[in-house]
Design a protein around this ligand. Structure first.
Ligand SMILES: Cc1cc2nc3c(=O)[nH]c(=O)nc-3n(C[C@H](O)[C@H](O)[C@H](O)COP(=O)(O)OP(=O)(O)OC[C@H]3O[C@@H](n4cnc5c(N)ncnc54)[C@H](O)[C@@H]3O)c2cc1C
Length: 627
């Protein structure tokens, strides 16, 4: 898209014009980095450069993940899923994941975030995050005819007046009506909306698109409108290698190197007067920390890097949503259906015309708009016995051998809140997306397996070693078995029979748990592009890396504003949550500018009025109440 590249080139700063120091340096102009850059530069007294790797810009809706905008990294062999190496998804482009992602835009259940607070992170429960979910979004009323036809529901109070446009496309496949009914028949109720804390059972999920089906993302909503601010500089084509510290362990400067030059090539040093904010994503935030001497002592020593802070959590606690596939064919499918887009030329031509003329119709639809996020008790009558089996495992039993005592304590704490969620009817353990077709991905939302992102000790500039340890904990596989069995039950629901569902894979001959596990692991992927947790917000003695204020333990002037801070992966696609995290990161900075308002927990409710409009003026005029 040459015209877009030219536009961004006109705005970005050349390395030669960089200042030698800035107030804030944001490492990574991805999704969270652009949010934080926008918010910080609202204050004209600070100057913020953002460093990023260049890439092509994604101008419109897209469902395929462009490899050119992703880091080219694969995992080590995943021993529990047949030894395959799997691709990782980490964006390397301005706007980061928001530029390349599938635009399914949802939030976790309230309990997902309440779990974060239960792990010692005051203010990070759902009530503490909701103002930021609202602050980042604005809901656009979808096509009335489609809403009526498919009974699409949402909660307008879940949204605010923020930069990211959210709405539903103007198309659904007719078969989805049968699917909704069938969910109800197997005991899965329909929720009005998943966005207001009720993301469990079955519910509609919008996309982050505007009324013209155009991608609404961090670059065009948080960066472009403020790119002319004189106090915000964006540098592309460089990477931050590491951070340098003063003798009092204050983060002082970053060393940057042009991408594409030999590792260790001459670097430029840029200083930060106030703070360095790591927004380089789940893959690179831990790597930059490790290169800077913050990480597991043993790893740093092996790499010959002086230890600034021994934080065993840096690069551990890696989580994602692993997935496998299931496929049924509808022998009495209704017309039109997804296949019509390929098999029926008249329909195909009509779809093209709808898209080109009105940006509507089947081609405006992305990955689908409905999810069944199933609580374990709904899916498995013997769920108590599964929970007992988890609790009888030694905490360290399936953890990577690089994990030390603090990591095990952290996992034990996570397991306690996770088991409460496994028993809950208000929190999903698995996700089954549905959009009318007979096949789909089956996604594990609350895995017990944990992984690592570790610097290569013999070459700190090489790609890191990524290991998800997918399915290493056998309970994860039991959850896949339960999911496949429940999917089969759904296909046997009375309403579904009008479609004549016929199982293609795994196939009706695959019946025993062991057969199902072997099918599921064979087709399993480790990541659905929701990797997180590698610089987690946990207590320091439980392998935490950042405090609830998102400050890195053991040093000053250094924080994390991206997805790495997530302690426990929520049962949702992660984009909306990352906006809320980055918006909330900014709160502490606001606190610094306005020290008379000094209660982190209490005033976050004041950031918006009840309609979700920005109500920052409250902050200037009154001290919030203490309830
Ligand atoms: C292919 C894909 C599909 C997805 N689909 C969905 C979806 O449909 N729905 C959903 O909700 N979520 C989805 N996600 C997840 C979501 O987009 C991400 O979780 C989110 O964007 C992560 O934001 P972040 O700010 O933490 O990191 P990122 O947005 O990845 O930003 C990191 C930035 O740091 C830069 N960087 C890295 N290293 C350095 C360095 N050393 N120096 C300087 N800069 C550096 C990178 O270039 C990048 O711009 C998807 C993600 C991907 C990758």
């Amino acid at each position: 898209y040459p015209e877009l590249v030219d536009k961004i080139k006109a705005r970005q700063i050349n390395v030669g014009s960089l200042r030698s120091s800035y107030d804030y340096i944001i490492v990574g102009g991805g999704q969270s980095g652009l949010v934080i850059g926008n918010r910080l530069s609202e204050d004209s007294s600070s100057e913020d450069p953002e460093f990023d790797n260049p890439g092509q810009l994604e101008p419109s809706s897209a469902t395929s993940y462009p490899a050119r905008d992703l880091f080219n990294v694969t995992t080590v062999p995943q021993t529990a899923i047949g030894g395959k190496r799997v691709s990782v998804y980490a964006a390397s482009v301005v706007g980061g994941g928001s530029t390349v992602n599938g635009m399914l835009f949802d939030r976790g259940a309230a309990e997902d975030y309440d779990n974060w607070a239960a792990l010692g992170n005051h203010g990070w429960d759902f009530a503490g995050l909701l103002p930021y979910f609202r602050k980042s979004t604005k809901f656009g009323t979808p096509d009335a005819a489609i809403v009526r036809e498919y009974n699409i529901t949402w909660d307008p109070n879940a949204y605010g007046n923020g930069p990211i446009d959210v709405t539903f496309p103007s198309w659904q496949w007719p078969t989805i009506k049968v699917q909704w009914k069938a969910w109800n028949e197997v005991g899965v109720p329909t929720m009005t909306d998943g966005e207001s804390g009720n993301a469990f059972n079955a519910y509609w999920v919008p996309n982050n698109v505007d009324s013209q089906s155009r991608r609404s993302y961090a670059k065009n909503r948080y960066f472009d409108p403020v790119s002319t601010r004189q106090n915000l500089h964006l540098l592309t084509g460089y990477r931050v290698n590491d951070i340098q510290f003063s003798s009092t362990k204050r983060a002082q400067s970053v060393r940057i190197q042009q991408r594409g030059t030999a590792n260790g090539a001459p670097t430029t040093t840029i200083s930060a007067n106030q703070e360095i904010v790591l927004c380089a994503g789940w893959l690179n935030t831990p790597l930059v920390l490790q290169r800077s001497g913050i990480g597991p002592q043993d790893l740093l020593t092996r790499a010959g890097i002086p230890v600034m802070v021994d934080l065993p959590g840096v690069g551990s606690n890696l989580q994602d949503h692993p997935a496998t596939q299931i496929r049924f064919q509808y022998t009495r499918d209704v017309q039109p259906n997804q296949a019509s887009l390929y098999s029926n030329q008249t329909f195909q031509a009509w779809a093209q015309q709808q898209w080109q003329q009105y940006r509507k119709g089947p081609l405006s639809m992305l990955v689908g708009n409905a999810l069944a996020t199933l609580p374990l008790p709904t899916m498995l009558t013997t769920y108590q016995s599964l929970i007992s089996r988890v609790n009888s495992q030694t905490a360290s039993q399936y953890l990577p051998n690089t994990y030390g005592a603090a990591n095990v304590r952290g996992f034990e704490a996570q397991r306690r809140v996770l088991m409460a969620s496994y028993a809950s009817l208000k929190n999903g353990v698995v996700e089954i997306p549905f959009s009318g077709g007979g096949g789909t991905s089956l996604v594990l939302e609350k895995p017990l397996s944990r992984g690592t992102v570790l610097m290569n000790p013999s070459d700190r500039f090489a790609d890191p070693t990524v290991d998800y340890n997918t399915s290493i904990n056998p309970i994860d596989n039991e959850l896949f078995v339960a999911m496949i069995k429940f999917y089969r039950r759904w296909m046997q629901a009375p309403s579904m029979q009008q479609l004549g569902p016929q199982e293609q894979s795994p196939g009706s001959s695959i019946t025993s748990d062991q057969q199902i596990i072997s099918y599921a692991t064979q087709g399993m992927i480790s990541s659905t592009a929701h990797s997180c947790g590698t610089a987690a917000m946990m207590p320091q003695d439980q392998a935490g890396v950042v405090s609830p204020e998102l400050l890195v333990y053991g040093v000053t002037g250094l924080s994390v504003g991206d997805i790495s801070m997530i302690p426990l992966i929520p049962a949702t696609h992660t984009c909306a949550t990352v906006y809320a995290i980055a918006e909330k990161w900014w709160l502490r900075h606001y606190d610094k500018l306005h020290p008379h308002i000094n209660d982190f927990q209490n005033y976050h409710y004041q950031l918006e009025d009840n309609n979700g409009n920005d109500a920052n003026h409250y902050l200037f005029s009154s001290r919030p109440s203490s309830n």
